[in-house]
Design a protein around this ligand. Structure first.
Ligand SMILES: N[C@@H](CCC(=O)N[C@@H](CS)C(=O)NCC(=O)O)C(=O)O
Length: 200
């Protein structure tokens, strides 16, 4: 299998962390590409018409995207158990969506600053995206700590990759301030070998 990859992408990181957690990192070849919303990589377009990372090419069957489809597929393929059954499943999926949504807003803030001409950049839009990030991390800090303290699932991985991206691209926003429970959880989770191996 071939994973279209960029070390800076938090969505790609989710997939690679999952592979490390399951001890299957050697089963997937990483094809590193450079792509932006304004200049899509041509090999990535062939794999994913939306030209977004990650995409997973398989020997048989369609190429998979987006990250949530890929992680669900790999967890199923390797019987990983990162998506539990029963009512925990819906919690896990919602937690994963929260992490992914934080990434969506945090990545789009970077695009706004990097891909637009300075005169076109909307500070109001950037702040509105950051407000979404803050509401997401506030919810994690107040409502999700008991789930995050439980067995590691795909929700944990998504949240950790989102917070790692905030450290990587938005350090000056100091997301830890006023969120000691979440900060403490992350500072411990980030020491897992899967997170160390995939640090951007
Ligand atoms: N919902 C998608 C989001 C993927 C995404 O936005 N990836 C970014 C990299 S972090 C990308 O490929 N951007 C290029 C573009 O938007 O053209 C997923 O979970 O895979």
């Amino acid at each position: 299998m071939k994973l279209y990859h960029s070390p800076a992408s938090p969505f790609v990181r989710k997939v690679v962390v999952l592979l490390h957690e399951l001890g299957k990192a050697d089963q997937v070849e990483l094809a590193t590409v450079t792509t932006t919303a304004l200049a899509s990589d041509t090999s990535l377009i062939a794999a994913n018409p939306l030209a977004r990372l990650p995409a997973l090419e398989r020997p048989e069957g369609v190429t998979l995207y987006d990250s949530r489809v890929i992680t669900a597929y790999l967890d199923d393929l390797f019987t990983g158990g990162l998506y539990p059954g029963g009512s925990h499943r819906w919690e896990t999926l919602t937690l994963e969506a929260t992490g992914d949504g934080i990434m969506d807003s945090a990545v789009s803030m970077v695009y706004e600053l990097r891909l637009r001409e300075p005169a076109q950049v909307s500070q109001a839009w950037i702040e509105a995206q950051w407000a979404k990030v803050e509401r997401g991390i506030d919810a994690l800090n107040t409502r999700w700590m008991s789930h995050l303290s439980g067995p590691v699932g795909m929700g944990h991985i998504s949240v950790a990759c989102a917070l790692g991206y905030l450290d990587f691209r938005h350090e000056s926003r100091n997301w830890r301030q006023g969120r000691p429970a979440l900060a403490g959880w992350f500072d411990s989770f980030v020491e897992r070998p899967s997170m160390v191996a995939t640090q951007p």
